[in-house]
Write a new protein. Structure first.
Length: 250
């Protein structure tokens, strides 16, 4: 489900303040957030808290781990994860209402800032760059890691890549430290690491764009506050912040 009418963040937060003023106390909610939206929520959650008085407890992990938490009965109010997992939880009645799309992410490659930039403009160029690298850092087991392995299998070099792979998240910290020559992860995670330099996304022939979405968790106790946060994150101004984090809003 995509955002509909364009509204200003001032009007949204103004409405939230009116709603809050009539309640006895602000709500404290828990948000399960996938890694790709980590930097966005770290920026936006404090703004929401300041404007509304609500408290956001942020739990960040790969989407798959967050789903396991929900299935194991851990209580949270809002889940931000990849769209397929949200849909599965709706079917299992762990998420109530509709899936609400927030952003799309691409897998990218980065190097240590100032190092020679290898060509990654074509699948063959990516193949060469990765085979030439002495060590490659990526987040194995996460969405970006799975997408990367799919692409490497498509190029026929998955075994060679795995032999020199180092598992890390954020992956770019290993290129900054010099432990890897190339880091691979969702672009939002790569650009968040100071000292790393984005080469760009995987070529379209290899990339699998991931849709991230939000869902109200059925067992959550703070549904009104969670809905207010959803409204905030769907606003044009919040989506503009999300765009600066290397994601495509919507």
């Amino acid at each position: 489900m995509r955002p509909s009418a364009a509204v200003t963040i001032g009007s949204i937060l103004g409405g939230l303040m009116v709603s809050l003023s009539g309640s006895a106390s602000a709500a404290e909610m828990t948000v399960f957030c996938t890694q790709a939206l980590r930097t966005s929520l770290l920026d936006l959650a404090p703004r929401f808290e300041t404007a509304t008085g609500h408290k956001v407890n942020l739990v960040v992990a790969p989407s798959g781990q967050l789903v396991k938490k929900v299935q194991a009965g851990e209580i949270a109010d809002l889940l931000i994860a990849n769209a397929d997992n949200i849909e599965a939880l709706i079917r299992d009645r762990k998420v109530t209402g509709d899936r609400i799309d927030i952003a799309r992410a691409q897998v990218g490659l980065s190097i240590k800032a100032g190092q020679p930039r290898p060509d990654i403009s074509t699948p063959e160029a990516v193949r060469k760059a990765l085979l030439d690298a002495k060590a490659i850092s990526y987040s194995a087991g996460g969405l970006s890691g799975n997408n990367f392995e799919f692409a490497m299998n498509k190029l026929g070099i998955l075994d060679e890549v795995k032999k020199k792979a180092k598992n890390a998240s954020p992956a770019a910290r290993l290129v900054v430290s010099g432990e890897a020559d190339i880091a691979v992860q969702q672009i939002s995670e790569l650009v968040a690491v100071e000292g790393s330099e984005l080469l760009g996304p995987l070529p379209a022939e290899l990339d699998q764009v991931t849709q991230f979405s939000m869902g109200l968790l059925s067992e959550g106790k703070q549904k009104d506050a969670a809905r207010a946060l959803i409204d905030y994150l769907r606003s044009p101004e919040a989506q503009a912040v999300i765009k600066t984090k290397g994601l495509t809003p919507g």
